[in-house]
Design a protein around this ligand. Structure first.
Ligand code: ACM
Ligand code: ZN
Length: 768
């Protein structure tokens, strides 16, 4: 009796999660933490003591005071009624070396928080808030009996001085309320820069008093899809989309951010990405440029002319910008200039002659250097994207390395400051999961672990050169994201990972530990109604056929110690639904939902529907094998019972060919009656992928002599992503079915990759 009880206790322990829960869920992880016995309890007798003649210090403490008051009903600043007080002692100490660092000591009766500057105090406050119960983030009074923090000694300081996120408000205008919410959220993770991409070809969002047409004309465009499925045929061609921020609104944002110790970095695009300005003031273009800001997906030939009046215009604008934004850094872009018009423009050609410039790159360098000189004359510095290295870097420029890390390496070796933001790790417009139903993103794939794994110091740099890497930034371009909810989905939780990369020592970073802290931290974001993505892992479902021809699913991308639960009936998994071990055999049509649960909450989830149609598990022959880059699911992924992702072709189910027919033959092994084919072709012209042109079906009883069954053209889709195709016919009985899919052919003019063969992507071929 006792013995069996012991066994069941052991079993209980074994089936419970085996990962070690971190004692504290601090993100980013502090430099050093020593947990002591006991706790400090906040009560009506707790008081905060500081030099209240220091306005910045008062501001740094405001968050702690207001949150304790609103969520816990504790007023840290009111006159004291009792002598039995506990105190939070705040002081500034010049001997602390890092401007943003702090030392926090929590004892049973006293908290002491020391920093060199109010900024450091603010980060200490953020740590105290993270040590408090999550309900401290609630906006209303909470019914809790105790508000306490564990006794700890924490010494902390950031690894990098620049820890940022960029928000593109040009492609889609974002409301001020969202910008402020984002500021609050970034501050929670000790981030200190919000870079706002204020202008682009698709919209000018900065109010200029001197050039009012920029917002009268340049802030609006036609032909914007009002959804994010890129439904080009249903774009309202006559509806103007847009908006802008007044100077007063921007000053308010700057003030709001400063209160959260965040600097707003404004970006004004030049020399390219400027169609919105050129539509407003065509006189600054090389060619005729009247009209509206561009709709999507154009940003070609949108450079300013290099005539003198352009520089007058741009320096006037920058002067207005600098009057609003106190930031030391002003971002002047410099990215993706085609320089096409400069080649034929007489003025630009004359400019090159006069200045002894050999090519467009040197003309671009001239442009940036001339702008830099003006910005420097106002006591400020420029930041530019890494293309500003072309033709020679401006003397005092800081480089944002985005096309990769090479630009950052080159700039650091030339002793220029660098902010690392390489696409593979830092672009928040990339997909973060292959789950079906993900919102349409720009492309790419950057799951949380990959974002987290980034180390901004390239191995190519010496220790001395490494000092020029001042930080890291995540970028959200908003072509696809027209609402704050979508932006939040893309930014979080990846920004939390990047925040840890920016703040914490590299040797302290550990993804498994981070995920557990982040999972707890997300409960705080819940209280701010953040629509973060529930993809903490790169959860993947692999489908295969076992030797008996049965479909099996395995789950990858999640360390073994996490609990994965699943269902097969399209209901959400819970801790009481089956636990995943190694393989799930699918023996009937099913929708498999698999979820990772941490403390009972779903932190990642995937769904896959299985259709056990007549071709599943049958021998198949492909005349031409798919590209080695797009055959992850194996050569029979087209008859394994499951579909690929709706928005992402780069998964285990889609098979890709370039410029070749798909020709697949299914051997049903015995006479089989069939009457329909259902499949999908991927369509995403920006990625050079076009839907199919035609599908031909033939039947055979011997696998040698085929006769025609059907030929059908494929509809041209109006949306990007998976394009469904269906063919039905009067039932026929056959042993073999040959399916030939003719690809689109050469990519039409004025499309990315024009003139070269389009890619063909084929999904499951459901035969019934
Ligand atoms: C960029 O992504 N064009 C900087
Ligand atoms: Zn010109």
């Amino acid at each position: 009796m006792k013995f069996s009880l012991l066994i069941s206790i052991c079993a209980l322990v074994i089936t419970c999660k085996t990962y070690a829960q971190p004692k504290l869920s601090l993100v980013p992880i502090p430099e050093s933490v020593s947990i002591q016995k006991g706790k400090f309890v906040f009560s009506s007798n707790t008081r905060i003591l500081f030099q209240d003649n220091d306005a910045d210090l008062k501001n740094a403490l405001a968050l702690l005071c207001t949150k304790l008051k609103s969520a816990a009903g504790i007023d840290l600043t009111s006159p004291l009624k009792s002598k039995k007080r506990s105190t939070i002692q705040i002081s500034l100490d010049n001997t602390i070396s890092n401007d943003e660092g702090y030392i926090l000591k929590i004892k049973k009766n006293e908290i002491t928080l020391t920093a060199k500057t109010p900024t450091g105090i603010f980060y200490g406050v953020q740590t105290i808030l993270q040590l408090l119960p999550v309900e401290i983030e609630a906006q209303t009074l909470q019914n809790r009996t105790e508000w306490s923090v564990p006794c700890v000694d924490i010494t902390d300081a950031p690894r990098f001085s620049y820890r940022g996120v960029m928000l593109d408000v040009a492609r889609h205008y974002q409301p001020i309320s969202f910008i402020k919410k984002l500021i609050d959220l970034l501050a929670m993770q000790k981030m200190n820069r919000l870079h706002i991409h204020l202008t682009d070809s698709q919209g000018w969002r900065f109010e200029s008093k001197k050039y009012p047409k920029l917002t009268q004309i340049g802030a609006y465009r036609k032909g914007t899809p009002l959804n994010t499925t890129y439904d080009y045929n249903s774009r309202p061609q006559d509806t103007l989309y847009g908006g802008y921020y007044t100077q007063e609104e921007l000053k308010d944002i700057v003030r709001y951010a400063a209160n959260k110790f965040i600097t707003i970095i404004p970006e004004i695009e030049m020399p390219a990405h400027s169609k919105s300005a050129l539509a407003s003031y065509p006189e600054f273009a090389c060619l005729d440029s009247t009209g509206h800001a561009f709709s999507y997906p154009q940003n070609i030939q949108d450079e300013y002319c290099t005539k003198d009046s352009t520089f007058t215009f741009l320096t006037d604008i920058l002067e207005e910008v600098m009057n609003i934004f106190p930031s030391k850094y002003i971002h002047i872009a410099g990215d993706e200039a085609s320089k096409v018009n400069w080649k034929t423009c007489k003025i630009c050609q004359q400019r090159m002659k006069d200045e002894g410039l050999k090519n467009g790159e040197e003309l671009q360098s001239y442009f940036i250097k001339r702008i830099e000189k003006f910005v420097n004359s106002k006591g400020r510095n420029i930041i530019g994207w890494d293309e500003i290295l072309q033709g020679g870097l401006a003397p005092n420029a800081t480089v944002m390395s985005w096309t990769g890390i090479e630009g950052g390496i080159k700039a650091a070796k030339e002793h220029h400051k660098v902010i690392m933001t390489p696409g593979n790790y830092c672009y928040l417009d990339h997909y973060q999961s292959n789950a079906s139903g993900e919102p349409a993103a720009f492309g790419g794939f950057t799951p949380l672990e990959e974002a987290y794994s980034y180390n901004p110091i390239p191995v190519e740099l010496t220790e001395e050169e490494s000092k020029f890497i001042i930080g890291v930034q995540g970028n959200l371009w908003t072509e696809n994201f027209n609402t704050p909810a979508l932006c939040e989905y893309m930014i979080f939780p990846r920004a939390i990972a990047l925040a840890e990369t920016g703040w914490s020592k590299n040797e302290l970073k550990n993804f498994d530990n981070f995920v557990l802290r982040a999972a707890n931290h997300l409960k705080r974001l819940d209280l701010h109604n953040v629509n973060y993505s529930r993809h903490l892992f790169d959860l993947r479902l692999n489908t295969s056929l076992n030797s008996e021809g049965h479909v099996t699913a395995s789950i990858k991308g999640v360390p073994k110690e996490y609990e994965i639960h699943y269902t097969l009936d399209d209901t959400p998994p819970t801790i009481t639904t089956p636990t995943y071990h190694n393989l799930i055999v699918i023996d009937k049509n099913a929708t498999l939902t698999a979820a990772v649960l941490i403390n009972g909450a779903i932190v990642d989830q995937l769904k896959k529907t299985f259709i056990l149609h007549k071709a599943v598990g049958k021998p198949v022959i492909l005349k031409t094998l798919p590209s080695q880059y797009y055959n992850k699911g194996g050569n029979n992924a087209w008859t394994n019972g499951s579909f690929g992702g709706d928005n992402s072709f780069n998964d285990d189910e889609w098979l890709g060919w370039c410029g070749q027919n798909f020709e697949g033959t299914i051997n049903f092994e015995k006479p089989t009656t069939i009457s329909s084919l259902r499949t999908r072709f991927f369509h995403r012209p920006p990625s050079w992928i076009w839907t199919a042109k035609k599908v031909t079906l033939e039947t055979s009883d011997d696998g040698i002599n085929f006769k025609s069954l059907l030929e059908k053209e494929v509809n041209v889709p109006t949306v990007y992503g998976a394009n469904p195709f269906e063919a039905t016919w009067a039932p026929v009985t056959t042993k073999y079915l040959r399916i030939t899919v003719e690809p689109w052919g050469n990519i039409p003019k004025e499309n990315p990759g024009e003139g070269t063969p389009a890619w063909l992507f084929v999904d499951e071929m459901v035969i019934e």
